[in-house]
Design a protein around this ligand. Structure first.
Ligand SMILES: N[C@@H](CCC(=O)N[C@@H](CS)C(=O)NCC(=O)O)C(=O)O
Length: 265
């Protein structure tokens, strides 16, 4: 049995797959796709995933893409603890969380990350050759306007407030669910928690923890989930120090503006 994971350490989609693989106790070969070198556009990788995105898992020669699909596959195919609930209602709730994250919050996360942190160094003289190339490649894609908006207008970008409010709603929905059950979908730890963990973690690395000030159950969920060995090894200790420092520095600077947007006086 062989598992290969094409991965990038800061990708939230890859992080959720790595967390599950660790929870399942599975060994795998990690192949890093360096966005800074545009590895995702290189012909060998595009042959594997024409959408030039990570994660991609290869299990005994079979190619599986899309992080949520990969996680369902891993849970189904491999023995060990199960993270898709047996109970149909809990399973429906688990799928709804995973789906909501994919549909609503995945597109919003780069807007927050670029507007607050990643845009620095992507403008004018501060832009390196590889960042230039990355942005040009992005510009060819449908998401170009979204990124351009974040880079040019930063926190004043019309998309920024919309993305921020989406995450604020997510945290409040989590608080409500956690009043009823220990974990998001039910009293067991499931794929819902795993699939969401990297997104809430990104809010923390962007120094937006203040969004959770009046959400005690979400803060408790964070401390329970992030102390798990899977999250420590596959996510928290795997950050690129350069990106982490950038998110933290610019996040601190952004917080007063973010706070005003969330809680206007
Ligand atoms: N829906 C996909 C999204 C995959 C995706 O967009 N991955 C990003 C990193 S989080 C990526 O590879 N970006 C490279 C690019 O767009 O060129 C999933 O959940 O796997």
């Amino acid at each position: 049995m062989s598992i290969v994971l094409y991965d990038n350490e800061e990708s939230v989609c890859c992080q959720k797959v790595r967390i599950l693989l660790k929870e399942k106790g599975l060994e795998y070969e990690l192949r890093r796709i360096a966005f800074e070198d545009r590895d995702q556009f290189k012909p060998d990788f595009v042959k594997i995933n024409p959408l030039h995105r990570v994660p991609v898992m290869i299990h005994d020669g079979k190619v599986i893409t899309e992080s949520t699909v990969i996680n369902q596959y891993v849970d189904e195919v491999f023995s060990g603890p199960k993270f898709v609930p047996q109970n149909p209602y809990a399973r429906a709730k688990q799928r709804l969380w995973s789906r909501t994250i994919d549909h609503l919050h995945f597109p919003a996360l780069p807007i927050l990350s670029f507007s607050i942190a990643f845009r620095h160094g992507m403008r004018g003289a501060g832009r390196s050759a590889s960042e230039n190339a990355f942005f040009e490649e992005k510009s060819k894609k449908a998401s170009a306007l979204q990124f351009e908006d974040s880079i040019v207008y930063d926190l004043d970008s019309p998309q920024f407030a919309k993305s921020l409010f989406g995450f604020n709603d997510l945290l409040h929905n989590m608080e409500e669910s956690l009043q009823k059950t220990q974990w998001l979908a039910c009293d067991d730890f499931t794929l819902a928690d795993i699939d969401i963990a990297p997104y809430v973690r990104r809010l923390i690395t962007l120094k937006l923890e203040g969004m959770m000030d009046d959400l005690p159950r979400v803060r408790d969920w964070c401390s329970r989930i992030y102390e798990r060995e899977s999250c420590q090894v596959a996510m928290i200790k795997a950050h690129s120090p350069k990106w982490l420092a950038s998110m933290e520095k610019h996040g601190v600077d952004a917080w007063p503006t973010v706070k005003k947007l969330l809680r206007p006086e």
